[in-house]
Design a protein. Structure first.
Lengths: 258, 444
């Protein structure tokens, strides 16, 4: 489904990703872990099509098609979804209106007729239960005045509404208390599906207790330096990123993994 | 430099007008007009060396030889004429400065309301105007107001008697249908709200065809003690039009005024708004939205005078500027020595859609009392790239995403409009200028 080969990306002339390889198949859940500054969020933004990141080398195929050629909206319509680490507040744009506009844009791309107000509301109600989202948030502007937990739940709600094929969760656990974490993780788990892949980007292993990954990758210095199963995450939890050997690079990141 | 030729053409027009109708107006009005014309001659058109006109050059108006606008057959474009009209308690419609009885809803008895078309009133009972007309729209230092005072014929006189409440809007519509030669009109509006009355007034200035013309409007509002005025000015002149609007609102004790300006059209536009809080505890809300494109130039020139204690004023103007448009916002708040406990706040927010668009924003506080609260703030920004990316990352195409963000910005000015049909009309204009592709077949 997703094939990343030798991906190099820079922001403001600084190279952040330095030859990243990753393959994700339908139905799989991959976790990407790594210390601060290793390039986790850059990877997420590059996959979603953020224009301030320049891809200097390598390629990304999504279902065999060149993902990097597509503008962000086309990637979303093709089924790539990024749950933002810092969801944006958009004053003046109602949450419900935003969700409906997004869903109908995606449906149009997929050749489906737009949902009318009533049909949309039915879909929305069903998805809201998934993330235990309160009705009152729907009449507010997108993320405006939302708590940290509400913003993250709103991200998962959008994912549920848009039904992507590849979801990238960028530090969805950051800033969440244990109850909010459980709700968000539960929402994600209910969206697991044999046709849908999920990439969970996280700094801590804690989230992986709730969203159990099939694979765990360690991203350091812009490359994936170790790949393994769930056990790798536990090992990181115990010993930190300092214990990871970076092939061909001095281990300069001691202590970065707390 | 003042263009003498420009003044001459106006002076000649004035002489022609007087010659046409000798002796039809009462002495006080003749004196008022002559005095105003004398002032205009002495002042000439303002230049950019004039402090209040530094950012707006009206040489193009001074250079053009305008003639008084001819009467045109209104029915010819009836559909287009009807589009900006909506259900109202009463409506006076003018085309090229001439009253159009066919398009007006007029004469239906509204208890406690006097509604008169200005030219008819001047012909039949001018003395009813003597004590109010020209009392508030100062022309001694204002060339355009002087010009209007010398020339005006068309317009409206509205008086709401004490304690009367009129919920439905009274709509004053000034259409322009320019012809071969540049024409000018000088609409005049005078509204008196007696104590404890309430009314909604909408003034619309709308160009029907392309062509050069000059609309020089003056509106005076006298708001009595405890009265409530809800007022809107919609300006959608043609692309080559010049529009100068002078609005003066004088407020007595405990009166409450909301006046919103929507500046959408015109080539060169000056909106002067002056709220005079002459009574204790008066409250003024001045809101504005200007949406410019092409090479439009719109100058919003506001002044709030706090004269008596415990007044409050709120000014919120939003600008959306595209292409090479240029906007000006000057907001002067004058707190006079007696106006203790004044609470004044001014905000000007601007969204630039193009690198060549320009906004000059300038607050001016003049505070001569010591116990007051006065704040002002201005912002100039572009579409937030983070918000744009967020929308696109959800599948919304770039153009629609931009439209959504621009409309959200504008809607903050449109949402408070308390006349449903006007709000819908403004929303419609917003939607046509900033379309979203998803809207096709999906109205909501």
């Amino acid at each position: 489904m997703l094939e990343i080969r030798n991906l190099h990306a820079s922001v403001d002339g600084h190279e952040i990703l330095r030859g990243l390889d990753l393959t994700v198949r339908p139905g799989e859940v991959h976790s990407i872990m790594g210390p601060n500054g290793s390039g986790k969020s850059t990877l997420a933004q590059v996959l979603a099509g953020r224009e301030s990141y320049q891809v200097t080398e390598g390629r990304v195929l999504f279902d065999g098609r060149d993902l990097l050629e597509m503008p962000p909206e086309q990637r979303a319509c093709e089924g790539v979804f990024l749950a933002f680490q810092y969801p944006i507040e958009i004053p003046g744009v109602g949450t419900q209106y935003f969700l409906k506009t997004a869903l109908n844009a995606v449906r149009k791309y997929r050749g489906l007729p737009p949902l009318d107000a009533l049909e949309f509301l039915r879909v929305l109600k069903e998805k809201m239960e998934l993330v235990e989202m309160e009705d009152r948030l729907l009449v507010r502007a997108v993320n405006e005045g939302f708590s940290g937990g509400e913003k993250k739940r709103n991200e998962i709600l959008q994912m549920a509404v848009l039904e992507p094929r590849l979801a990238i969760l960028d530090e969805t656990d950051s800033g969440l208390d244990i109850d909010a974490l459980r709700i968000v993780a539960n929402g994600v788990n209910r969206l697991r599906h044999p046709d849908r892949a999920i990439i969970v980007i996280t700094h801590y292993q804690r989230l992986l207790e709730y969203i159990v990954p099939d694979y765990v990758h360690v991203l350091m210095d812009g490359r994936i330096v170790r790949s393994g199963t769930r056990e790798l995450a536990l090992q990181l939890e115990a010993r930190g990123y300092a214990g990871i050997e970076v092939p061909g690079e001095p281990a300069t990141l001691a202590g970065a993994g707390r | 430099m003042t263009s003498a030729a420009g003044i001459d053409s106006f002076v000649a027009d004035y002489a022609g007008l007087r010659a046409d109708r000798p002796g039809t107006e009462p002495g006080w009005l003749g004196r008022l007009r002559r005095d105003a014309m004398d002032r205009f001659r002495a002042l000439g058109f303002p230049t950019t060396r004039h402090e209040e006109w530094r950012s707006t050059n009206v040489a193009r108006i001074a250079r053009t030889a305008f003639v008084p606008a001819p009467r045109v057959e209104a029915a010819a474009a009836a559909d287009r004429l009807r589009e900006p009209l909506f259900a109202s308690a009463a409506r006076l419609v003018f085309v090229n400065g001439h009253f159009s009885p066919d398009l007006s809803v007029y004469g239906r008895a509204l208890p406690g309301v006097e509604l008169e078309e200005m030219a008819t009133l001047l012909g039949e009972a001018p003395d009813r105007l003597e004590r109010v007309l020209g009392r508030h729209a100062e022309y001694h230092d204002e060339a355009f107001t002087a010009l209007n005072t010398a020339f005006f014929e068309a317009g409206a006189f509205v008086r709401i008697s004490a304690g009367t409440v009129v919920d439905d809007p009274i709509h004053l519509v000034f259409f322009a249908s320019p012809g071969e030669r540049p024409v000018m009109t000088h609409p005049r509006t005078l509204v008196v709200l007696e104590p404890r009355s309430r009314a909604r007034i909408v003034e619309s200035y709308i160009g029907l065809d392309e062509g050069t013309y000059f609309c020089n409007a003056v509106s005076e509002f006298v708001v009595g003690a405890g009265a409530v005025l809800d007022h809107y000015t919609v300006q959608q002149e043609s692309e080559q039009a010049f529009h100068v609007g002078n609005l003066v609102i004088r407020q007595a004790d405990q009166s409450r005024v909301t006046s919103a300006s929507f500046a959408l059209g015109g080539s060169l536009v000056r909106n002067h708004v002056n709220a005079v809080l002459a009574g204790e505890g008066a409250e003024a809300h001045l809101n504005g939205l200007f949406m410019l494109r092409g090479t439009q130039h719109v100058d919003n020139h506001l002044r709030v005078d706090h004269i008596r204690p415990r007044g409050s004023s709120r000014e919120v103007y939003r600008g959306i500027l595209d292409d090479e448009a240029r906007g000006v916002f000057t907001g002067r708040i004058v707190v006079h020595p007696e106006a203790q406990k004044t609470d004044a706040k001014q905000t000007n927010r601007n969204l630039l859609l193009s690198e060549r668009a320009q906004i000059d924003t300038k607050p001016q506080l003049e505070i001569r009392a010591d116990d007051v609260k006065c704040t002002h703030g201005a912002t100039v920004g572009q579409i937030d790239p983070d918000a744009l990316f967020y929308l696109r990352a959800r599948g919304i195409d770039e153009r629609s995403a931009r439209s959504i963000l621009i409309r959200a910005f504008a809607r903050e000015s449109i949402e408070p409009v308390d006349v449903g049909a006007l709000r819908d009309w403004l929303e419609g204009i917003l939607a046509s200028r900033f379309p979203e592709t998803s809207e096709a077949g999906d109205p909501m």
